[in-house]
Ligand binder design. Sequence first.
Ligand code: TXA
Ligand code: MG
Length: 326
Amino acid sequence: MKTQIIPMSESNIQSEGLAPALECLRSEGLVVFPTETVYGLGAHGLVTEAVEKIFIAKGRPADNPLILHIASMDMLEQVARDYEKYLGLLKAFWPGPLTVVLPKKDIVPDVVTAGLDTVAVRWPSGKIARALIEAAGFPLAAPSANRSGRPSPTTAQMAFHDLEGRVPFIIDGGPCELGLESTVVDLSGDVQRILRPGALTYEDLLPFLPVLQGDTKKNEPLRSPGMKYRHYKPDIKIIVFDEVSEIGPLVERHQAGKPMVLGLGKGDGLSPFIQFNDYADFAQRLYSVFFELERTGCDLVLIQRPEERGLGRALLNRILKASDII
Ligand code: TXA
Ligand code: MG
């Protein structure tokens, strides 16, 4: 299968540009599309045969359920139940990087939910994603557009690297605005719980969900089925450090010829350093920096440990999942 890249600007979404992608989705094919978080690998979310193709293209375990991407409250009503008491929360953060897990309706195929009686739903704010789902008129099942176990793509080039020859279309809308996956919150039970920290922070959610569980304390089990898999792993050695004084000894111990240090500070002056302006910049660039470093022959990435507040929580979660020594 040849993979065609469709260039598209958020500020000028042409329906002729979207047409082949829409046609492909309607006929049960796969389309990679940008969202504000990361690139998604989309298929018609209500058709089993279409969704099965996602698992094949990604090499994803069948027991890891998918998010349904919607573009209206009518679509939410179509797929989920018991969301009424959360309308305040949904109105505050949708469209945006919030995924909610709710009791599912029968119309949702088992392949989407991995047989669970709940479904994960998100209304993305990315303009191209919204235009695509609105024009399709049905929810798109979409995981991140990487091969299973690799970092999520935040550019079309990263998605192409992982999925070339496995998908007919990739819509290239440029780099994703946030760069980190959505926050997954379970609203299906009596206690609301963060299953995956993400682009929306615990602090953002708290006013709407005062008894929210899942402050990502280290030993707390994460109940999102996907969290048990080794995720976000690039082909380079990654180690987290706390103090700048650890850098030199770590480079020596790992006999790194081409190390790189990442963080908010300035490093120790001994190693090349990529400096982020703040946690938003860190999140936006993290996965694409991994991707670039893989290409430069870098053999050791040392990352300054983010603080566990705000976006720092999600960053630390992803970095520890990508790292070799926790
Ligand atoms: O930002 C995002 O969320 C991106 C973009 C494309 O929207 N998507 C994404 O999808 O990260 P994926 O498949 O890589 O991660 C979805 C997470 C997984 O950890 C999965 O286990 C969890 O959501 N999940 C899906 N359905 C669930 C359910 N019914 N109950 C609990 N967790 C669920
Ligand atoms: Mg993923």
